[in-house]
Ligand binder design. Structure first.
Ligand code: NAD
Length: 434
């Protein structure tokens, strides 16, 4: 089947490459000439494990093409996926300008029956809005489908190929059959197709992200209390996770959620609720807990060092989570800004995300290290921000000769407290201090 994927970012590129991998003929489009040029040269603009090979293979097999000519791509396809960004707007709403622009382009280039399949995370009602926009620009038949994406950066290819579920929301049997045809090679017992209406599909995505964010903020509250009373939140997480109504995943306390999805999606749902006269009380608390969670790192540093003025602080990890170069809304940015405001000198190292960080936050005056030990020289403290695998082990001998003061704030609870104590490290985890 001939498919167009509009927007070649984290979701669009993975979607396009994986749909080509399962045999479809795919054209990926983007307004960014730079991205499309890179892709046409066989280079991928993002760091995503396993993606490069799939892109290369499918370009070679001529099932995957890249262009900035979205109009032509739409004319040449029956199924048109839209995976453009829906960033946070001025009032915390989802900014739908890119979705609207794609709807106009889709409407103007309908040459016969086509289906608009929305992959972006969009508020309930967006499907109807898209229908309205398209109708203004065409007399041709078309359908709109909501097909929210649940992939996780860092394991996006695997998540796309073996998803927990594929959600499709549509009122049209014809469109439903077309989507079923597209996803047939992926659908299996462990990756079922959830067929529903457009609005429910749109809400499933926000509800899923909001539930995950709720678990994080909930555990962060438990962690703060654990610190006060001398309990260990890791033990608590293990103990409650064995209850199969709760489950073991997404119970890690830390420095709060970040990235390009949870913060904006929780805010967007709160905003959408307000527009209907509904207050999402739980989500407001989830957001509030998250906003202050990163400050715990600063509080812990101050407890140990009293004053951060002129102090040298080393930061391990910049991306919002391991195995991605995505630094949008990463907790590292809040922590680094706060450290700089306190007058600290900040040095950072990340195995993958340093270039992205420089590009996104050129205003932050920090030193970028050659490797993780390079930034420890004379440091007064090390803050572990992103739990990349390479940070999990520490050469304590090296660390003791390099650091001025051996203090580690473990923002992700990855280190063993006893091992730290044995190696004369002043150590503080999140909810795992005592
Ligand atoms: P992104 O910013 O990485 O990519 C969006 C791309 O769309 C950009 O390359 C941009 O240039 C392009 N674009 C914008 N307007 C365009 C237009 N008119 N025509 C062609 N291209 C256009 O965004 P992303 O992280 O891939 O997210 C896309 C959507 O998917 C968002 O709604 C997001 O919430 C959702 N989502 C993201 C993830 C994730 O992990 N990143 C997971 C699930 C869902």
């Amino acid at each position: 089947m001939k498919i167009t994927v509009i927007g070649t970012g984290y979701v669009g590129l993975v979607t396009g490459a994986c749909l080509a991998e399962i045999g479809h003929d795919v054209i990926c489009t983007d307004i960014s000439k730079e991205k499309i040029n890179m892709l046409n040269e066989g280079r991928i603009p993002i760091y995503e494990p396993g993606l490069q090979e799939i892109v290369e293979r499918n370009i070679r097999e001529k099932r995957l093409n890249f262009t900035t000519n979205t109009a032509k791509a739409i004319k040449d396809s029956t199924a048109v996926f839209s995976a453009v960004g829906t960033p946070m707007g001025k009032n915390h709403e989802a900014d739908l300008q890119y979705v609207k622009a794609v709807a106009v382009t889709f409407g103007k280039n309908l040459t016969g029956y086509k289906v608009f399949i929305n992959k972006s995370t969009v508020p309930v009602g967006t499907g109807d809005m898209v229908k309205g926009i398209v109708k203004k620009h065409t007399k041709n038949e078309f359908d709109v489908v909501s097909n929210p994406e649940f992939l996780k950066e860092g394991s996006a290819v695997k998540d796309f190929m073996t998803p927990d579920r594929i959600v499709i929301g549509t009122e049209s049997k014809r469109a439903e059959e077309l989507i079923e045809e597209i996803y047939r090679p992926i659908v299996r017992a462990q990756s079922p197709l959830v067929k529903t209406d457009i609005k429910s599909a749109e809400l499933i995505k926000y509800a899923a992200n909001s539930m995950l964010a709720t678990r994080i903020s909930f555990m962060n509250e438990i962690a703060r209390y654990a610190d006060l009373v001398g309990a260990d939140v890791r033990q608590v997480a293990y103990g409650i996770g064995l209850d199969d109504r709760i489950g073991p995943r997404f119970l890690q306390a830390g420095i709060g959620y970040g990235g390009s999805c949870f913060p904006k999606d929780v805010q967007a749902l709160i905003h959408s609720g307000k527009a209907e006269g509904y207050e999402f009380n739980i989500l407001k608390a989830v957001e509030e807990v998250n906003q202050r969670q990163y400050q715990l790192v600063i509080e812990k540093l101050l407890q140990n060092l009293q004053d951060l003025k002129g102090r040298k602080i080393a930061v391990w990890g910049l991306s919002f989570k391991p195995k991605t170069d995505d630094v949008r809304d990463a907790p590292s940015t809040k922590i680094i800004r706060s450290l700089l405001e306190e007058g600290a000198e900040v040095s950072v190292f990340d195995p993958v995300a340093m270039e992205e960080f420089k590009k996104h936050y050129p205003e932050l005056s920090i030193k970028y290290g050659k490797d993780r030990y390079d930034i420890l020289k004379d440091a007064d403290a090390l803050v572990l921000v992103t739990e990349w695998d390479e940070f999990r082990t520490i050469d304590f001998e090296k660390l003791s000769t390099l650091m001025g003061n051996q203090l580690i704030i473990d923002g992700r609870n990855i280190y063993n407290k006893e091992e730290m104590i044995r190696n004369n490290i002043e150590y503080s985890g999140i909810g795992a201090t005592h």
